[in-house]
Design a protein around this ligand. Structure first.
Ligand SMILES: [Zn+2]
Length: 572
């Protein structure tokens, strides 16, 4: 049994996430966490809301609420939606927690002790009409790298380049739109990433098993142009972690907070401490996941994120950890994703374009979305959600292939032999061939899941469902029963056992349907079927079962057209 620490990129607090966000981190992380648990490993699966920074302040102002209240409300909304999608976090925390305040200040203090913090007097954009400095997203303009006209002061959404507000061309205030701006002096802290560049590069070079998408982005920011730059880690804002050096005040930094991108990844650690607090556990309970001197040396740490988050997780956060000089756990594997597009364009939170998590659950259960999103995860390239494809995938894969098999077998068995596993006959050559085929396919499926090869794993799972259908077609118990009752009983006995095995294999993708299948088979044994021959004989003769409610219903053409129209425009 291994110990596996899994973190999903933490979703930003300002609003409900769309399906593109979901499939870019939280959902595949959940798939992997569920698989690792199913394999018997000890898993710590962590996520949180990312609550600091200018967008939270702007969204709270727009909602007419104090930012603390706004964040508390939106955290609960996101937590409820995560539960609705069956995301199995061990803890869903908040980057505004006291744990994160303390830990962020601790890291900053250690970095300063180690000579890795520089105090810089810098010129910052001040809006005369708004009477305030304009950090990050408070300022909008044209990206100097790619020419995108709506780039934000902290990062260009289009080309992912990290920016400083003064880099922007034709800059304007995001609050008032005013271009009546001037540059004024203010003091900020910089993390000396350049001093850690060689260590970071050697570390990334050692990660030969990482996806190319991950390492190519990291290498780009290490080497492009002037190479990795030092990074401002403080802001002139009210909402955030106050700048302190450990527990001590930081002279000259009064009234400033740490930059949201400095404190957000530290929340992975803080959130695990929040988990310990929530369960009344001692410090050692979370430290054994994070401190290599306190038990975390044998932990495998895997992060999930969209490609826009890769620079922060391959460079900035590791720089914080390495620079602390303390034995904190560094990530072992980063699984990153491209973007999911929506029906001929992009998902957009700001424009309300696409399907959002609350809307999705209002029209169909989570499993339908989980299956489509994971089986179409944007791994090697961007992928696209279309309603036609969604309808086809749900109707064929879930309803025709899996749902139909479960329904047909349990109904036929009940009508012919009653609601218990029939005892007659023996498994013959057809059953032996199916069991052998299942054995090799389950091994292949487990390898793909272990490798986090999400789309291929989904395809393999579907193929496993298909061979069950092919076996039933070929063995035809509904015909055989007329002439050879014992033979029909053996086929049905195998098919009922197959449904239980399907429940185990399918649970990481479609947990609700899998649990309904297991419950219909009147079992709660989720042991991974490494010994498939034994697993296919698990349900003994005479074992009771029931016919499950219809597992999946089909999406009609009328619904598809209706949803396509309803979700074509801007969210109200
Ligand atoms: Zn750009």
């Amino acid at each position: 049994m291994a110990r596996i620490l899994i973190t999903s990129a933490i979703p930003y607090i300002n609003g409900i996430k769309h399906l593109g966000n979901l499939v870019g981190s939280q959902l595949p992380a959940d798939l992997y966490a569920r698989f690792c648990r199913a394999q018997g490993h000890e898993v710590m699966f962590i996520c949180a809301t990312d609550e600091h920074g200018t967008p939270a302040e702007l969204a709270a102002a727009k909602a007419g609420k104090p930012v603390e209240d706004y964040c508390a409300e939106m955290h609960q909304v996101q937590k409820d939606l995560a539960a609705g999608f069956r995301l199995s976090f061990d803890h869903f925390g908040r980057s505004s927690s006291q744990r994160n305040h303390k830990l962020t200040q601790h890291f900053a203090g250690k970095l300063a002790e180690n000579g890795l913090i520089e105090e810089v007097s810098e010129k910052q954009v001040f809006s005369i009409d708004d009477n305030r400095f304009l950090p990050d997203r408070y300022i909008t303009g044209t990206c100097p790298n790619c020419g995108y006209e709506a780039a934000r002061g902290d990062q260009c959404e289009n080309c992912t380049k990290q920016l400083d507000p003064t880099d922007l061309i034709d800059a304007r205030s995001s609050i008032s739109g005013s271009k009546n701006l001037e540059v004024r002096e203010t003091k900020h802290l910089y993390l000396k990433q350049r001093a850690l560049r060689d260590r970071l590069e050697a570390w990334i070079d050692s990660k030969t098993d990482w996806p190319i998408l991950t390492t190519s982005i990291a290498k780009k920011w290490l080497n492009d142009g002037d190479g990795l730059q030092d990074r401002g880690i403080t802001r002139d804002l009210h909402w955030g972690v106050p700048v302190k050096k450990g527990d001590a005040d930081w002279p000259g930094m009064e009234g400033k907070v740490f930059y949201v991108w400095f404190d957000a990844p530290i929340e992975y650690i803080a959130c695990t401490a929040e988990w310990a607090d929530a369960h009344g556990k001692p410090e050692s309970a979370w430290e054994r996941w994070w401190r290599t001197d306190k038990g975390a040396a044998d932990v495998r740490y895997v992060q999930f994120m969209g490609k826009d988050n890769v620079p922060f997780h391959t460079l900035s956060f590791p720089a914080t950890i390495m620079g602390s000089g303390e034995p904190w756990k560094l990530v072992d594997y980063i699984k990153s994703f491209n973007y999911l597009n929506y029906d001929g364009g992009q998902f957009s939170t700001s424009q309300g374009r696409g399907v959002f998590m609350d809307q999705a659950l209002s029209i169909l259960p989570a499993d339908y979305w989980r299956w489509w999103l994971l089986s179409h995860a944007p791994e090697s390239s961007d992928s696209e959600f279309t309603w036609e494809n969604f309808q086809t995938s749900v109707n064929k894969d879930l309803a025709d292939v899996l749902g139909n098999l479960v329904s047909r077998v349990t109904k036929f068995a009940t009508s012919k032999f009653g609601a218990t596993v029939p005892p007659g006959g023996e498994f013959g050559p057809m059953e032996a061939a199916l069991i052998a085929d299942l054995g090799s396919r389950i091994a292949a499926y487990a390898d793909l899941m272990h490798a986090m090869d999400v789309r291929k794993a989904a395809a393999e799972l579907r193929a496993i469902w298909v061979i069950g259908n092919e076996y039933l077609q070929a063995s035809a118990p509904w015909t055989v029963v007329k002439t050879d009752g014992d033979r029909a009983e053996a086929i049905v006995r195998l098919a009922l056992n197959l449904i239980r095995v399907y429940a185990i294999l399918s649970r990481p993708f479609i947990p609700t349907a899998a649990e309904a299948m297991m419950s219909a088979l009147n079992s709660d044994d989720w042991t991974w079927p490494d010994d498939i021959s034994a697993a296919m004989r698990k349900l003994p003769e005479g074992h009771g079962f029931s016919i499950p409610e219809n597992l999946f219903r089909k999406i009609t053409d009328e619904e598809r057209v209706d949803w396509q129209t309803r979700f074509s425009g801007v969210r109200s």
